[in-house]
Design a protein around this ligand. Sequence first.
Ligand code: GLN
Length: 475
Amino acid sequence: MTISELRKQYIAGTLSPVTVVENSLQIIKEKDGEIHAFLDIYADESLATAKVAEQEYKNKGENTPSLLGIPVALKNNILVSGKRTSAGSKILENYIASYDATIVTRLKKAGAIIIGATNMDEFAMGSSTENSSFGPTKNPHDLSRVPGGSSGGSAASVAMGAVPVAIGTDTGGSVRQPASYCGVVGLKPTYGAVSRYGLVAMGSSLDQAGPLTRTVADAELIHNIMSGLDAHDATTIASDTYPAVTIKKSYTFGVPRDFLGVGVDADVLANFEAHIDSLKAAGHTVVDIELPLFEQGLAAYYIVMPAEASSNLARYDGMRYGLSVDGKNLLEVYEQSRATGFGAEVKRRILLGTYVLSSGYYDAYYGKAELVRHKMRAELEEIFKKVDIILTPTAPTAAFKFGAQGDPLSMYRQDIFTVPVNLTGVPAISFPMGTVEQEGISLPVGVQYIGPHGGEARLFDIGKQVYDVSLNGDK
Ligand code: GLN
């Protein structure tokens, strides 16, 4: 069920939060041995909180907070006081958070029940959840395939029916791409819309937390609860920072045709063309646009992100947090702790990031990537004078098999359509545009709608028109 369906039934008294939490726990028990979406489950606490919520509904009915009794799963790079926050890494395997992330404070205040922590690529580096130090998550649609990443556990937890909503983080596509692979809705908000206080930092100028849900309406509800200024994060912005977007009956969509030529699977492209046709049939305008710099996005991202990550990950030194391996002297403690605690992909990015920030290469790499990034942003602002929404597939393929993208560069190509959004700071949403058939199994694929800075309201409006309405039609 969606959040709004649950809420309606809670208020009417036809369903109780206790039953729903029991049901969530039962689904996890039945399916998660195989799928492995969760790293930790907070069963007793969830049931206790559900009992309190049930009583509150009896006393106050609809005069209760909007998420009261709604089970939520959190990616395990989001701090929950007193709970293990591993970020999918051995180095934080036994790290217990000492405070709640701002988004957790807000979700709890709205009445949400935090049911457990979901699996992820180590430090959110990856596109398949194969980089988790605790073993991969499987795609609920086909257990031989990845759920996407890095928020693969969050996407799978919603797709397997355990929770109506899970929270992920998106630095280069980690909410949208797993949403696409698992057939759910995923939002990457405008940079600064959502507080990063209490999230394990990856690329600080790129990271945003966003919801994975069954409907666009649910994503909107969750985003509106989590977003807004936060005194703990100086990069947060007020909701009126950018000019209010216009909400229209029919929108103009821009399709960056040349950019699609970078290599999209034929079956994904066919769904994308069909999606364009359905938009036209519904009275929207679809035009071709050019975003020549977007092809440079991937190259710029894989300089900026490792640079920021190498700096952010310097704090895991065997002294301050988590794993500490003995050594003859302090330097050896640093070296041994990091050598033992970090996985291969994390080490690769620390090396890359340290290199591009080194004094001899800064101008050639990091400085250039930042320049590209600013020019991309200017390019985008020009385009948004002409179109309301930019349209791309979310990812170039459907969910792939475990081990299929063994070479890091082919894995990085999964992010081709998502990283420009993080580099420029605009919001984007992914929702299903049908399925493709592979080896006799239907696999979901997502479409990405990109809006201007602060344009979430427009994405929600059109997303509900296009996607949520289609769901109701199916019922
Ligand atoms: N897949 C991308 C990467 O590996 C994006 C990760 C993310 O958004 N956290 O960097």
